[in-house]
Design a protein around this ligand. Structure first.
Ligand code: DGL
Length: 289
């Protein structure tokens, strides 16, 4: 469904005044997550939309989202999205499975820009990837408890058998950059065991931190299980929306990636650069509360 294709928008109220802003192809895409997880989505944006400018926000002061209540997650999203709009974002990608599962259905119509979430794209890609219809989902506890992926997969394929496991130990390991550690391998084995016992042949990486662990996860589940990163399909959708609204950036001039965090800039840049495989520089610390 294509909505909100106008390139003129009235910005949300900032400091009591309502400002008219012009969204143009040169406007950036806003991307956010609780930390370095969304960098796996940024990598996909860099691959599929290499000419776009990006504003990335890592809400590292409040990580992990996965153990927060739905009310907290909605409130956090309502603080982040106006910040990205104030920076001129023409479209927002919720590069966070937890926000996509819990906040998206509540706030999706509250803002004057398109918001891309990961649930439908990830579910669609998994249904396409699975031959047996036995689909696994790993995500944060909040996402698993929300049933968002489980419901969407069954909506797309009635006879699908979905097994979902919350993996709360992954995010702290990944935020510390321990993606190849023995600890990560052991924890992954424990989490994946019940899914393998259920005979899955496709596995949704339902938290954006997890693609950073893809090598470890693939080595445990073996070649018979297709890993599904929702970002690939979500960025395809993003591309289509930008094309339809005439706001895709076509020229290949120098482009900017601006990073903001709510916690330590040093740690984000250090771990983030390693995970993204590109240097992250000039990160600014901001406060959203
Ligand atoms: N990367 C996020 C997700 O996709 C959030 C992880 C967390 O903060 O718990 O769910």
């Amino acid at each position: 469904m294509i909505r909100k294709v106008s390139t003129e928008r009235t910005a949300t109220k900032i400091g009591g005044t309502t400002k008219k802003e012009k969204v143009t192809p040169a406007s950036p895409i806003g991307i956010f997550d609780s930390g370095v997880g969304g960098l796996s989505v940024l990598a996909e944006v860099m691959r599929q939309l290499p000419h776009e400018d990006v504003i990335y926000l890592g809400d590292t002061a409040r990580i992990p989202y996965g153990s927060r209540t739905p009310q907290e997650i909605v409130k956090i999203n309502r603080e982040i999205i106006p910040f990205l709009l104030k920076q001129g974002a023409k479209l927002i990608i919720m590069a966070c499975g937890t926000s996509s599962a819990i906040a998206y259905p509540v706030i999706k119509d509250e803002y004057p820009v398109e918001i891309i979430n990961l649930i439908e794209p990830g579910s669609q890609a998994a249904v396409t990837a699975s031959r047996s219809g036995k689909i696994g989902v790993i995500a944060t506890s909040a996402t698993v408890n929300s049933q968002a992926f489980q419901d969407k997969i069954r909506e797309l394929k009635k006879e699908a058998v979905v097994s979902a496991v919350g993996c709360p130990l992954f995010v702290p390991l990944i935020e510390r950059g321990l993606v190849d550690s023995d600890e990560a391998k052991q924890v992954a084995k424990d989490y994946l065991k019940p899914l393998l016992e259920n005979g899955i042949d496709a596995l949704i990486l339902g938290c954006t931190h997890y693609p950073h662990l893809a090598k470890t996860i693939q080595s445990i589940v073996g070649p018979g299980v297709k890993l599904v990163d929702p970002a690939e399909e979500a960025v395809k959708q993003t591309r289509k929306l930008l094309e339809t609204s005439g706001t895709i950036r076509k020229e290949s001039g120098p482009h900017k990636y601006n990073f903001f965090v709510t916690g330590s800039t040093i740690q984000f840049q250090d771990i983030g650069s390693r995970l993204l495989g590109k240097p992250i520089v000039g990160t600014k610390q901001i406060s959203l509360t």
